[in-house]
Design a binder for this molecule. Structure first.
Ligand code: GSH
Length: 202
């Protein structure tokens, strides 16, 4: 397998999944700052011009959530990342979509704004994304309220989708996160996994 990736949250999702599954792969770095994702060799692989992209034999898959589902469907006989039982499986898929539609875009837009000099930020965008990220953290907190260790009780793609986005927020000690100890504990459980350690500190 080949993974076109970069040191970003969406790239790391797939790296964590591959490490959890113990699948060997060739990582091909894509220079996002240099604009490699807009070059024709790359847009032929992914018309959206964004990493991650996975090649498995003659198959090319893009969109991090779709790649995790693919790995779960095709390369996970022991259900390490995608539960087999219908109810849990759909819960995991639901939460994977929830991340891709909610936390990803809002945290992405927010961090893009915060990387700008203060006078070049759009205050409405900053306020709207901050509010939505906080609301989503509240949703995750409610899901974890019953004491489950992972989002769908057993570890799954739902956790993999969220962790690389929330890891930098945790590292920054952002109060929206630190005021939610259940969410922090969940992130620490994920952080302790060997696959996560390998991707972030390997
Ligand atoms: N929804 C996509 C988002 C992918 C995405 O935003 N990738 C970023 C890096 S994390 C990227 O390639 N950005 C380059 C660009 O937008 O030009 C996914 O989950 O795979």
């Amino acid at each position: 397998m080949r993974l076109y990736t970069a040191s970003t949250p969406n790239g790391r999702k797939v790296q964590i999944a591959l490490a959890e599954l113990g699948l060997p792969y060739e990582a091909i770095p894509v220079d996002l700052h240099g604009g490699a994702q807009r070059e024709s060799w790359f847009t032929e692989l992914c018309p959206n011009g964004k990493i991650p992209v996975l090649q498995d034999g003659d198959r090319t898959i893009w969109e991090s959530g779709a790649i995790l589902l693919y790995l779960g469907e095709e390369h996970d006989p022991e259900a390490r990342i995608l539960p087999k039982a219908s109810a849990r499986r759909w819960e995991a898929i639901q939460l994977a979509f929830f991340q891709a539609a909610g936390l990803g875009p809002n945290l992405g837009r927010l961090s893009e704004q915060l990387q700008r000099p203060p006078d070049r930020r759009n205050p409405e965008t900053v306020a709207a994304c901050t509010h939505e990220v906080d609301r989503i953290l509240g949703v995750l907190d409610r899901i974890l309220e019953d004491g489950r260790p992972f989002l769908t009780t057993e570890f799954s793609i739902a956790d993999i989708m969220h962790y690389p986005w929330l890891q930098p927020v945790l590292a920054l000690g952002a109060s929206q996160l630190t005021q939610r100890p259940r969410v922090v504990d969940w992130l620490h459980r994920l952080e302790a996994r060997p696959a996560v350690q390998e991707v972030f500190h390997g």
